[in-house]
Design a protein around this ligand. Structure first.
Ligand code: SAM
Length: 374
């Protein structure tokens, strides 16, 4: 087993450096600062906790107790919170996720309202969508027209029977058509997210990359995290980034694309030097790449720039946070934009140094990934 890199934040000199133990008050700064000098500029918005797949590592076959309709934020409430995040709190990038965000009828409207906003320096906020791709064929063009910039489609197997076993639905052809539609609509580079599970699909690293290169998609492997509702995750049996790299290197020549300069990006990326000539990924000046999001074995908490909003209006300062702050109540009780912004700032100020997966006292969050927003 490889050693674990903690990836914890050092103290930074940003003017916000009160330090976790100092007890100093939060500095007067409008951005989403935390006690370690990190600044959150990337908002992940979960649009629903429901999903039309049942990926074994994410949701039980029978589904979950869905959030009641009256607790879900309306489209207008979501747009108001995104507006506060962009206009009052310095958020620059918004990713829509879930559950399955394509299940949300108002998705295009929410994307359009987000891209109509302007960041503190006058730019259009970057927008992205993480989806399982079901129904994307019908909506990719409309999403692009609403201003969506990028898309990640999740796909764990190219084998139809295996895909059906992992997701409990025989929908591989729909995902592949959705991917093609996203590329045609110009939502490029189209990224594909894959979770490898030992003994299930861990023999597919090489075929998946070969397929992605052939189609011009950018593949990202995600280490499995302890976010399954069954609580069955096991550190010793998860497929690690190191193993994935070793498997890929049996077939491809990989060169780290930016050693040591990943910044806040979750994926470490490698250029695939021997990608087939003429592969669509070579179009333009973009080199064919593969990424690995090693949240468990190479955590990047020290560079984390995320803040999360759940479909029922709770702000979380970390995917693994044990607590959350209720913005829905503030909204529905008539809170002003500035009052809601102040509450949000307070939540982020309390962010922990790291997610703590490798701490013996680690407790899985009470909500699974599908309810938090992946
Ligand atoms: N339904 C959408 C989808 O399939 O992409 C968005 C939500 S899903 C929770 C977002 C991403 O989280 C997917 O790529 C999925 O594979 C990943 N995911 C879910 N549970 C995970 C886990 N326990 N560890 C790592 N990734 C996980």
């Amino acid at each position: 087993m490889s050693s674990v890199v903690l990836g914890m934040p050092g103290r930074r000199r940003t003017g916000a450096d009160a330090g976790p133990a100092s007890g100093e008050p939060r500095p007067d700064d409008t951005r989403l600062l935390d006690r370690f000098g990190r600044v959150a500029t990337d908002l992940r918005v979960s649009l629903t906790d429901r999903c039309n797949l049942r990926c074994s590592y994410c949701m039980p076959e029978e589904g979950l107790d869905w959030i009641a309709d009256e607790r879900l934020l309306s489209d207008d409430e979501i747009v108001r919170l995104i507006t506060i995040a962009v206009e009052h709190l310095g958020v620059e990038e918004v990713r829509f996720t879930g559950g399955e965000p394509l299940l949300r009828k108002g998705l295009e409207k929410i994307v359009g309202a987000t891209t109509a906003l302007r960041t503190h320096d006058g730019r259009v906020p970057q927008t992205a969508l993480t989806t399982n791709g079901l129904g994307l064929e019908r909506r990719a063009t409309r999403l692009a027209e609403a201003g969506l910039h990028r898309i990640n489609v999740s796909l764990d197997s190219l084998d139809r029977a295996r895909f059906a076993r992992i997701t409990k639905r025989d929908r591989l052809p729909d995902v592949l058509t959705g991917l093609a539609a996203a590329a045609t609509a110009g939502l490029t580079p189209v990224k594909v997210n894959t979770v490898l599970l030992r003994g299930v699909n861990d023999d597919e690293a090489v075929p998946l990359l070969a397929w992605a290169l052939e189609h011009g998609y950018e593949l990202r492997f995600i280490e499995q995290m302890p976010l399954d509702p069954q609580g069955a995750w096991d550190r010793d049996s998860m497929v690690t980034a190191e193993e994935i790299l070793a498997a890929l290197r049996t077939r491809f020549r990989l060169v780290s694309s930016a050693p040591g300069s990943r910044g806040a990006a979750p994926a470490e990326t490698w250029v695939v030097e021997d990608a087939p000539a003429g592969a669509p990924a070579r179009a333009g000046d973009r080199l064919p790449r593969v990424g690995i999001v090693a949240s468990v074995t190479r955590p990047f908490c020290g560079d984390c720039d995320r803040t999360r909003l759940t479909a029922d209006g709770q702000v979380r300062n970390c995917l693994f946070a044990r607590g959350e702050t209720d913005l829905r109540a503030a909204l529905r009780n008539g809170g002003s934009d500035e009052e809601i912004a102040a509450t949000w700032r307070g939540t982020m100020w309390a962010k922990e140094a790291g997610h703590g997966i490798d701490d013996p006292s680690f407790l899985q969050p009470s909500r699974p990934m599908s309810a938090i927003g992946g």
